[in-house]
Ligand binder design. Structure first.
Ligand code: AMP
Ligand code: TRP
Length: 338
């Protein structure tokens, strides 16, 4: 029998900040799609606690947020056996490679980063060096695993571009050490907008009533939906330009139920916004309820979480170790064994 030659799977790496609450936007735009990738790609999801401390964190809160983020990931359908899910700080090679890459990154490049400019304006009392070199740590995250594809939102494009430049610069000096990563932009996945200002993206860093958290209880979801900003023409028609509020609710319903915009219009137009909003709330509740149930089980099961955590760190370390052996040799560090 002819043997099939298996192409190695492409590797995907993504980093997720462990702060705040993950939202319905994160679920529809990212998490839900992640679980569709797990068979086709070799995926790593790092909960980036090292990036998180570039702004002041309450230690107990940070610890909880890290575990909560990991539990939500698993509850949303990411299988920790098929994917590597781990905490960035538990794989010290991230810090090790970040230092080396710092020596291959120019001040001018980092000064141009718009996120640094925004964050230093927002945290004027704490413009620390970590905030400045944040993109270098991100490059280290990606390059450490010889990543092919990086799923990112548009706000992270500049950082990915810098990661590519650093990889190419390093490879230019030492030969092919790093895979040069590309962005990954999934076809599916609507952009979910704020419930109060539907021309802005729904974001976990905005006030509570503007977003739905993945862990929001049904009555909270219903209340937030009822208060969502719409308009006064009482028509359920998809028109993001003139009817951003209604169109956003339609996108949410469509993303969760699979109904087309036309079907949604046909079903709810002319019946008043109250009924329509209740239907959207129902679909959100139905989608989130099983996730919340699994979340409660997972977060109560310390032994299971411990296993995921140790296994993730171990598998990530093994991959990181391989890259670091190569890098250490190339830059001329003396070997452990002469
Ligand atoms: P962030 O929470 O901004 O760090 O984003 C984490 C991931 O969730 C990225 O892949 C984003 O593209 C996605 N995401 C965040 N907010 C939304 C949103 N409102 N609609 C769709 N996707 C989102
Ligand atoms: N900076 C990213 C954000 O704020 C998080 C992140 C850290 C990341 N390291 C990464 C994303 C590596 C992709 C790849 O969203």
């Amino acid at each position: 029998m002819e043997q099939q030659i298996q192409q190695p799977k492409k590797r995907i790496f993504s980093g997720i900040q462990p702060t705040g609450n993950l939202t319905l936007g994160n679920y529809i735009g990212a998490l839900r799609n992640f679980s569709l990738l797990q068979d086709e790609y070799d995926c790593l999801y790092s909960i980036v606690d090292m990036h998180a401390i570039t702004v002041r964190q309450n230690p107990a809160e940070l610890r909880k947020a890290c575990l909560r983020t990991m539990s939500i990931f698993i509850a949303s359908g990411l299988d920790p056996k098929k994917n590597i899910i781990y905490f960035q700080s538990q794989v010290p090679q991230h810090a090790e490679l970040a230092w080396i890459l710092n020596c291959f990154t120019y001040m001018g490049e980092l000064q141009r980063m718009t996120q640094f400019k925004d964050k230093s304006a927002k945290h004027a009392d704490n413009i620390n060096a970590g905030l400045f070199t944040y993109p270098v740590l991100m490059a280290a995250d990606i390059l450490l695993y010889q990543t092919d594809l990086v799923p990112i939102g548009s706000d992270q494009k500049q950082h990915l571009e810098l990661s590519r430049d650093i990889a190419e610069r390093f490879n230019g000096v030492y030969g092919d050490v790093f895979t040069v990563p590309d962005g990954y932009f999934p076809k599916v996945g609507a952009r979910v907008m704020s419930l109060q200002e539907p021309t802005r993206k729904m974001s976990k860093s905005d006030p509570e009533e503007t977003y739905i958290a993945i862990l929001d209880k049904p009555e909270v979801i219903r209340r937030k939906m009822r208060r969502a900003v719409t308009d006064c023409d009482n028509t359920v028609v998809f028109d993001p330009e003139n009817k951003p509020g209604v169109s956003n609710l339609m996108s949410i319903l469509s993303a969760l139920s699979g109904m087309s915009m036309e079907a949604i219009s046909a079903e709810y137009d002319g019946k008043g916004y109250g009924k329509f909003k209740d239907a959207v709330a129902d679909s959100v509740i139905a989608a989130l309820e099983p996730i919340q149930k699994r979340y409660d089980e997972i977060s109560a099961d310390k032994a299971y979480l411990q296993e995921v955590l140790s296994d993730g760190a171990e598998r990530a370390s093994a991959l990181a170790h391989r890259t670091m052996l190569k890098v250490r040799k190339k830059i001329g560090y003396a070997p452990f064994k002469l």
